[in-house]
Design a protein around this ligand. Sequence first.
Ligand SMILES: Cc1ncc(COP(=O)(O)O)c(C=O)c1O
Length: 457
Amino acid sequence: MAEAQLGAPPASPGFDPPPSDDLLLPVEELPASESSPDLVYRRVRDELMLDGNARLNLATFVTTWMEPQARQLMTDTAEKNLADRAEYPQITAMEARCVRMLARLWHAPDPERVRGCSTTGSSEAAMLGGLALKRRWQERRRAQGRDTGRPNLVMGANVQVCWKKFANYFEVEPRYVPMAPGRYHLSPEALTAYCDDNTIGVVAVLGSTFDGSYEPVADLCMVLDGYQAATGTDIPVHVDGASGALVAPFLDPGLMWDFQLERVASINTSGHKYGHVFPGLGWALWRDAEALPEDLVFEVDYLGGRSASFTLNFSRPGAHVVAQYYSFLRYGFEGMRSLAAQCRTTACALAARIRSIPPYELITDGSELPAFAFRLAPGTPGPTVFDVSRAMRARGWHLPAYTFPVPCQDVSVLRLVVRTGFTAELAGMFITDLTEVTRQLHTGRAASPLPEPLAAT
Ligand SMILES: Cc1ncc(COP(=O)(O)O)c(C=O)c1O
């Protein structure tokens, strides 16, 4: 919509400040009466200016740039409720097509047997994946005449908070395999010590939130094969591919992590990360109907027509599914590969550049997810990564600093995520600022001369 139509302030000079009453619109309680749409639009939009600039946010994996045509489609479909399947059969068809595209991309042996759905994000998809694992385990135990009281889920201490929520909300004991110095994600050697016949599944993360590294899904599966051979206990794997499941298929075709591995029962991803859709969209897929217990699927007919529902939410925006369908059709395999490759190239170039700025050292180098973590070399006196994060924030960059979980709590890092829209020019400006901030923090002096901008990536 044109700004002028919406009563945006005309270019100065000549801007009339709103009457003082308008400025006093209550915001902590429902206003007593109506206000003009133009006025409220301006007020809300002005307030939003205080939020950060999404393009300078290096903290998030979530899409902050979409093409105008995709934005337009989202606007065109903003009122469509995904739950209204009888009213919007075409969006339902698009959702089903996206599921089949993902099933093929993730090498399902029989894509027609795959069950799947869109979700609000990977968190909801993870809840559904975990729930299906729990229900399958309970069914197996009941069939054996055994108790179903103490299910546990095994995962690395690096899992995203959604898995901690799952364990808490759905009353499953979380078993976190701790990190060790130099090993910051789940690895095969430590795994089986945490498994027993109450284990409903193992979560393997393709693209650790902490440092962007891939967990070795195939090796984890192999160890579980050995465990089954030794104990008779068959433990399925859920792959949390929130970011990596839409990166690895394009950039790491030789990597075994998906439904090619028989032990992988289900996979989630976030359409709103490397699927190039604004937040919130996720996907959950099960290799076949056996992996998704029938009693988790509800038949609904309230909105006319019967449809199967197996999400935690009911009403949800249809626009995100439409946008995902657009991005899959628009980019195709080669386009998705090219976007992911640009991100990885930029991430690797940035990591290499940061490695050369003392006193930083890399934890990861951007060669798996286009994201990496780096820290100040151990023993560096003076400012911490938290000071660096704050100083970068003052320049507009959102570069998060955090500490790894126990027993690696002495490792504090900065993490940088590269998404589409983070151009070589921005990368160059970032390096310039990081170099200067670091020099200032460590010398207490302004930097001069500034380094060369980063070469094109
Ligand atoms: C590995 C992993 N799993 C799950 C999530 C949660 O995803 P969402 O924000 O789509 O709910 C994230 C978010 O960054 C993640 O990195």
